[in-house]
Design a protein around this ligand. Structure first.
Ligand code: CDV
Length: 316
């Protein structure tokens, strides 16, 4: 029987953040949700990707303009400090996505992990940047993450904090099995991520319902195959007329959805997560040490894309 180590795990979905909204307005909303999550027994709250602003990669502009309007040169800064103060006062940690401009001027799509004392204990810079870096004037909107951000400079990691081993990812990362396996191989118990997923795919005429379908199947399959709790927070609804999917979820290591948002607005989900549940799977069907065969997986790190078939021995 697995041990029962319970953790109040919350996801704070956000409705739209419009261009005219200030950081102070956004942080007020985050603080309200942190307080609600605390009242409902949460020890940690997951906020979305690029939570402090509208999803600005949809707009064509010079890098310098994007950096001046949408990036944070320090964290915490005066606008966000009240959220850190609440975390310390209430004893609730959080994950927060924002656009980071480093002291050397390098722009990253970043997430931080803040513990229950209000201290930043972990930082992750997005690795799988989607979209394009050129202007697409005929598209209904842009997806300029490859223009505005640099690929993360460190591999996927995990942090021992708030009584759990927690891994971080951001949005498009959730679609890639390598993301999850990297953290699972570091014995992650919870994977937290935020996302901004436009309902319309500008690259091909994808049926809109597939956006939600792929979001949920990747989270459910990845949580199960990697024996982790997955907590995913959307920023969603119509930001100045550009719609993004909701569907924030907390998924158990069984692959089952433990809680799911029902609105496209600010909404808090809380689950009393049994961290021992992942061990049940780690000791059985996904006992990596007994069953994985990395000597047969070398292509995964040697090759980026599809190529020639591997040579085979003659059939005996
Ligand atoms: N912000 C994102 O990374 N969005 C991506 C793209 C592919 C829509 C996503 O995976 O949702």
């Amino acid at each position: 029987m697995a041990d029962k180590r319970k953790m109040g795990l919350a996801v704070a979905q956000m409705g739209p953040v419009h261009l005219a909204d200030t950081r102070a307005m956004v942080v007020r909303r985050l603080r309200d949700m942190l307080a609600e999550a605390h009242g409902r027994g949460a020890r940690m709250v997951v906020f979305p990707e690029l939570a402090l602003t509208t999803f600005f990669p949809r707009y064509w502009m010079e890098d310098s303009e994007a950096q001046a309007r949408f990036f944070e040169a320090t964290m915490p800064n005066a606008d966000v400090q009240p959220l850190f103060d609440d975390a310390r006062r209430l004893g609730v940690g959080f994950y927060l996505g924002y656009a980071e401009l480093t002291p050397r001027g390098v722009p990253y799509n970043t997430a931080i992990l803040v513990d229950e004392t209000g201290k930043i204990v972990g930082k992750y810079r997005k690795i799988h940047l989607p979209g394009h870096d050129d202007h697409k004037p005929d598209a209904p909107f842009q997806h300029l993450e490859k223009k505005f951000f640099t690929v993360g400079d460190e591999p996927f990691g995990v942090w021992d904090t708030m009584g759990a081993r927690i891994g971080m990812a951001l949005c498009n990362d959730r679609r890639w099995p390598e993301t999850w396996r990297m953290m699972s191989l570091q014995s992650a118990e919870i994977v937290v991520l935020g996302y901004n997923t436009p309902s319309v795919n500008i690259h091909w005429p994808e049926p809109v319902h597939l956006r939600m379908h792929h979001h949920l199947i990747t989270l459910q399959a990845s949580a199960y195959q990697n024996c982790v709790w997955a907590a995913a927070a959307a920023k969603c609804g119509s930001e100045d007329g550009f719609h993004m999917i909701g569907g924030s979820v907390i998924v158990a290591p069984t692959g089952e959805i433990a809680a799911q948002a029902v609105t496209e607005d600010d909404e808090v989900l809380v689950v009393n997560a049994d961290l021992g549940l992942g061990d049940t799977f780690r000791k059985n069907v996904f006992d990596f040490a007994r069953h994985r065969r990395p000597e047969h997986y070398s292509l995964i790190t040697e090759r980026v894309g599809p190529g020639a078939a591997l040579p085979r021995n003659p059939i005996e």
